[in-house]
Design a protein around this ligand. Sequence first.
Ligand SMILES: *Cc1c(COP(=O)(O)O)cnc(C)c1O
Length: 460
Amino acid sequence: MPREDVTKVVLSESDIPTAWYNILPDLPGEPMPPLHPATMQPVGPQDLAAIFPEALIMQEVSPERWIDIPGPVIDVYRLWRPTPLYRARRWERALGLTPKQRIYYKWEGVSPAGSHKPNTAVAQAYYNREAGIRRLTTETGAGQWGSALAMACRMFDLDCLVFMVKVSYHQKPYRRVIMQTWGATIHPSPSDQTEYGRKVLAEEPDSPGSLGIAISEAIEVAAQNPDTNYSLGSVLNHVLLHQTVVGLEAKRQMELFEDTPDVIVGCVGGGSNYAGLSYPFAMDVLQGRAKMRFVAVEPEACPTLTRGRFAYDHGDTAGMTPLLPMYTLGHTFVPPPVHAGGLRYHGDAPSLCALVKAGVYEAAAYPQTSVFEAAVSFARAEGFVVGPEPAHAVKRVMDEALAAREADEERVILFNNSGHGHFDLGAYDAYNSGTLEDYPLPQEVLEKSLAALPPQPQPA
Ligand SMILES: *Cc1c(COP(=O)(O)O)cnc(C)c1O
């Protein structure tokens, strides 16, 4: 039976994990390598060397199950890790649950940037610094990844150059201000700083920008400057790897609660926060030691796992990156302006997609009005105003708990509360005032963007 006298478990600094868990050796099915778009051959380390340091390229393809976390990275983690794990006692009561239904959440909103993203930003800044790099470039939409990287670069004395989607640059000035406070340089994208940006501006001077354009600008700067590398905040294996500190801590904390999750829930933009929480638990399932359900949650407006096609596709909109095997809506897909900026991505991490394809993970999609309704219910009980992204997980958790209550079933639910929503109050304002809109994705729009998938490799 679970501990009934505990609301949150806070570990001590000496409990910060000392190794990350790499799921690659435990994944079901044949590994599918990323392909070079021109040759359709597997991408080699040399193809990536212009924009990533060797240590991260090696992690990207590592067959090792455990990878040591460098001491200087752990030293930065100490600022906010370990993060607390809560039992949602007040929300359980508000939902009218019985003692058979229990809800737990890992709270990543305590990091300086307010989300899980610094877990990988800090590691990436460290390895680049070790490789003699002076500056990192990246793109950011709503600003969560840009602010995590801006902070991490400061910790390791690197310059940070962020291409921020122009419409967000103007709509979300506070994220820009926090990045500048950490010393980063921010350009609204498309910018006049790159050849690609100038080309877009010449064709469309009033372009609002997109993540795809911003990625292209950031990669161009990294590829052309030997002292500059590029940094990505989700999707790639090494990013998901760094996030497993979340789940490794959570396993320990669930033990101290003397409880075991039946179902683990998380929101998915590119897959990093959900992989971070769930992979260390999935390890036990994949190795045959445990049984558990896993539910990945996404917006109805950007339903990659629930309605996308499993195919090789580009990671960016411009079609410059290697082809990744994943569920995708097509790299030309333009997501509607839902408030969960971090979930507006056309693809997902290949490892997570492989788990969905193998039936180990389930996926679900929700319209944003139902998501905010659940987030408000959570905020009124637990106090935390969560980001629009984890609000998707909150919605699924609520449905799981209520269904178990109706069926009078035991169900222990754990979810990743990946960040706070203090920079997203405009979204709550729209919900509170009844002006929030849903964007169900019309089938013909989906088919049009799937028709633009690149040619697929022929089976050997
Ligand atoms: C970026 C972001 C996400 C989505 O990205 P993943 O890589 O899927 O985790 C989710 N939650 C928060 C708070 C984010 O900032």
